[in-house]
Design a protein around this ligand. Sequence first.
Ligand code: SAM
Ligand code: SF4
Length: 323
Amino acid sequence: MQDQYRRQIEYLRISITDRCNLRCKYCMPPEGVQWIPHESILTYEEISRVMRISTSLGFRRFRITGGEPLIRSGILEFLQNASQISGVEDLMLTTNGILLPDMAEDLKKAGVNRVNISLDTFDEDKFRELTRGGDIKKVFQGIHRSLEVGLHPVKLNVVVVRDFNSHELPRFMELAHDYPVHVRFIELMPIGISSDKRSDFVSIDEMKAILGLEGLKATRDIRGGGPAEYITSEGFKGSVGFISAISKHFCSTCNRIRLTPDGKLRLCLHSSNEVDFREVLRSNKSDDEVRDVFAQAIWNKPAEHHMNDQAWQDQRIMSQIGG
Ligand code: SAM
Ligand code: SF4
C-alpha cells in the first residue's frame, strides 16, 4: 500500500526477539540490558497474524531479525508456517551466523529464501573482542553452509568502525571477488550505545576512497529494492555494496516498516515514534479492524529521519528494534 508521500510500502522487518548469543560492542552493553518481559513479546501466532494482515495490504517481503532470531525456540516451525502464508513472496533472515552451520539446511527447508550474515572482521581475536566472545569459525562455516544449501544471494553485513576494521575493507572486496557473496558496508548508526562515539563513524565516500572506488557508478539494489548501492565488475563472483543511512538519506524511496519484539510498529528505523500494535492484537478486534489500524499507521509513516541531528538519540538499542 502507499503512504501519504506516495511511497509503496511492501516490506516488513520483524524482530522476533531482543535476546542474543553475542554482545557486539556497537549494539549491546556487556550487561544490564533491560530485557523485554516474555509476556510482552509477541507470540508466533500473533506475528503470523500480522503477516497475514499485511499481505492483504500488498506486503510481499518479510525479513526475520532480532536480537539473534535463531536462538528463539520454535523458529523453524514458525518459518515453515510463515512461508506458507499466501502473498509471502520473499522470506529472509538476518543473523550473526553462529548457529548457521547446524541450521542453514533446515532454514532452507522451512522456506527461507536467503540470509544476511553479519561479519565485521576476518581476525579471530578481534571478532571475539568485538562480539564479546563469539567464535568466528562458526560464522565462516555458516557462510559456506548457506551457499551450499542455496540460501542465495548470501549477503554479508559489515559495519565499518574507524581504526577497528576500516583497513580490512580491501580484504572484504577480495572475498566478493572470489565468492558469490554480496558484501555490504554499513555506516555506523548513532543508535543505543554507539551514539556517543561519532569519531568511529566512516562515511560511504570515505569507504569508497579506501577501496579506490570513488567516482564509480553504482546500481541500486535490484535484488532487495533496499537502500544499498552495489558495485560489481568483471571477474567478480559477488558484489560490493554500501548502505548509507547517515551521509545520504534514502527516505524518499523507503519501502519498509518494522515490527519490534514487543509488538510496536516502527514506521521508521530512526524515529522513536511507534504504534503499540500489541495492544491492538490483544484486544478483541476483528482482522478487518486490525487491518485498519495497520493501514493508518503506514499512512502516517514519517517523511524522513533526523538521525543527523546531534540531539537525536534513540531510547532503544538496535537489538530491541531489529536491525
Ligand atoms: N543478530 C543479528 C545480526 O547481528 O545480524 C540480527 C540483528 S542485528 C541488530 C542486525 C544488524 O544491525 C547487524 O548487521 C548489525 O551489525 C547491525 N547493527 C547493530 N548495531 C548497529 C549500529 N549501531 N550501527 C549500524 N549497524 C548496526
Ligand atoms: Fe547480537 Fe546482532 Fe546485536 Fe551483535 S549486532 S549483539 S549479534 S543483535
